[in-house]
Ligand binder design. Structure first.
Ligand code: PAF
Length: 284
């Protein structure tokens, strides 16, 4: 595995791969690698000749300075994990390399899709995500890029940006990877206390055992499950799979249940498929 820290080495490596007719799978991360990231690497390996993994804690997507400062950065363990997973190029650039001018100019606004849910709680977050993902795509060049469904809204924003700007990247997703007890894997989980980790299980419980009925019933039941466990709920929303608009009260059919809340001061997200308007209580 080659490790580079500069944009010029990264760009050159990708150009050489393309010249050798090798397809590139890009796995963008902010590090603190876990099994979810390694599943992205595996998916990228199965469809491409080479895999580029980036580790960059992008300041422009953080709306809270403390969150940015506390974001875990276990570089040595990350290098070992990437190497063991068979990554070909590991990119660990500095902020100065990615953003020579800081703050960088905003040339794409995430728009209404990025203003809801996570975007409403963290204004500007998705514009920052789109900004850095566009930059990663621009440096890497033509590639397939891999994202986890855990960040469902992020994927929707990135897909929309790729479509709008006609970028040379194919967005691919993999299902959320969970711990044995159901907790969705996230780099933030290591900040949970043992008791907080137990409380956080309410997210996967709410998704697994969602209530029968219309969207409002499903949302209220999920909110209840989270609140009873002691989660400070940000939102529990049943949305259209593509537009991420809240479904209408009389909607019947497949949708996505988006959940977010805070445990131990740590913001957690989860989501899963639901069938709205079903008669029976469902267990995924
Ligand atoms: O999901 C993440 O880890 C980040 O938002 C991403 C896509 C790497 C952009 O910084």
């Amino acid at each position: 595995m080659k490790i580079v820290r500069t944009v010029s080495e990264w760009r050159l490596w990708c150009e050489e791969a393309r010249r050798a007719k090798q397809s590139i799978g890009l796995v963008p991360t902010m590090g603190a690698l876990h099994a979810g990231h390694l599943a992205l690497v595996q998916a990228a390996q199965s469809e491409n000749d080479v895999v580029v993994l980036t580790i960059f804690v992008n300041p422009t997507q953080f709306t809270n300075q403390e969150d940015l400062e506390k974001y875990p950065r276990p570089e040595e363990a990350d290098c070992a994990a990437a190497e063991a997973a068979g990554v070909d190029l590991l990119v660990i650039p500095t902020v100065k390399e990615v953003w020579p001018v800081f703050p960088p100019p905003v040339t794409y606004q995430a728009g209404p899709l990025g203003d809801r849910f996570e975007g409403a709680d963290r204004p500007g977050h998705f514009t920052g995500v789109a900004q850095v993902v566009r930059r990663l795509f621009e440096i890497t060049g033509e590639c397939r890029a891999y994202f986890g469904e855990k960040d469902y809204q992020q994927v929707a924003v990135v897909r929309e940006m790729v479509r709008t700007l006609d970028l040379d990247a194919e967005v691919k997703t993999i299902p959320t990877v969970r711990a044995e007890d159901g907790l969705a894997l996230s780099s933030r989980n290591i900040r949970l206390s043992p008791a907080g980790r137990v409380r956080a299980l309410a997210f996967s419980t709410a998704l697994r055992e969602y209530s029968a009925g219309g969207a409002a019933v499903i949302e209220a039941a999920a909110r209840h499950t989270l609140e009873v466990a002691g989660v400070e709920v940000s939102y529990a929303a049943v949305v259209d799979n593509q537009s991420l608009q809240r479904v209408s009260p009389d909607y019947v059919g497949p949708a996505r249940l988006l959940l977010a809340g805070v445990v131990d001061g740590v913001r957690l997200l989860d989501n899963g498929p639901v069938v709205v308007g079903s008669e029976d209580a469902v267990s995924n």
